[in-house]
Design a binder for this molecule. Sequence first.
Ligand code: MEV
Length: 422
Amino acid sequence: MTNSRIAGFYKKTLDEKLDALAQASDGTRPDFGLLTTQQADKMVENVVATHNLPLGIGLNFKINGVDRLVPMVIEEPSVVAGASFMAKLARKGGGFFATTSAPEMIGQIQVLEVADIHAAKMAIYEARETLIAEADDIDPILKKLGGGARDLEVRIIENSPIGDFLVIHLIYDVRDAMGANAINTACEKLAPRIEKLTGGRVHLKILSNLSDQRMARVRCTVPVASLAFDDFSGEAVRDGIIEAWAFAASDPYRAATHNKGIMNGVDAVVIATGNDWRAIEAGAHAYAARNGKYTSLSTWGKDADGNLVGTLEMPMAVGIVGGATKVHPTAQAALKLMGVETAAELAEIIVSVGLAQNLAALRALATEGIQRGHMSLHARQVAIAAGAEGEMVDVVAGQMVAEGVVRIDRAEEIMREQGLVD
Ligand code: MEV
């Protein structure tokens, strides 16, 4: 049984951290490896190198009663610490409670030049069963695992720049895959029959990244007393968070930033597991605008006892088989450390981290402001940029934070004043 609470993790050396992870999980040190240039060369074109990013561990996560150590890949300071701290607070309310829908992706088939668009729509529905059966056969392995074509929907797109046309949505259960290949293949396979049935010309055949039939949802409750810190009462922090959320719920300018904070957590896990973060981003923002006005992906309110309650709902098309998830050694190690056995479990972890990250940002913004927390970590980056190395980094960063001046010129000055450089 994994234990996601590791005291003083951030103070440990790199080596000690890996030992602590082993102790807190299955006894083996995670081997995050490195994608070699040779492996990378087989993944994309014109490869000359690989590009590394920091991988930190999100701590304290309890999701549906199970502790999870969560690898997060991100270049931005404060995100891993913020998510871990908020997971600790959420834990006091039982942790995160997450669910997923069936892993159903949508494939789109665009049909142009149809003489009678309404009759063509009916013709597709009349052939629904056989079309589904045909699509179902394209991937025998997926079918054996319980996946396959589930449904067809026909939409009429009116008044487009080229006039009206038909769009068929093929709903496909892709189980533990991200599913792009299966759904695209199925759409291409159906195209000739759809042309015959409609008398039209099939144009695009491609999945939709607005995968709103493949949703992940999460809820957490933070006891109001645990929100108190410094001079801020729990009630003041809670109400400040709710007021901050109301801003995002009502204003797209704020919602974009609010959701960006959620995606700080979401993308970090998506990237760690080798999944397609552009697909997740596209789905998230399209979903946030689904009612015609861009809004918050999360909600924040209070329960009958005055505790803070947060929820997050978003499309989550991630897989644990195929693609980079299988090829990338770090992605494999990340899935292993999390103890993830299905794509649904991974999706539940991802939205929990997104909600925790959202809470971290709102709590900071609603109280002391974002810069204070950011500054100490940012100061380390500035110190490194100024040439500080080893222990020098913390000395220089610490002094800049104490002075409230975090700038590269000041870092250089401190290094000279302290005799750390000539
Ligand atoms: C920064 O990466 C993310 C925040 O701007 C999110 C937010 O404003 O809610 C802090």
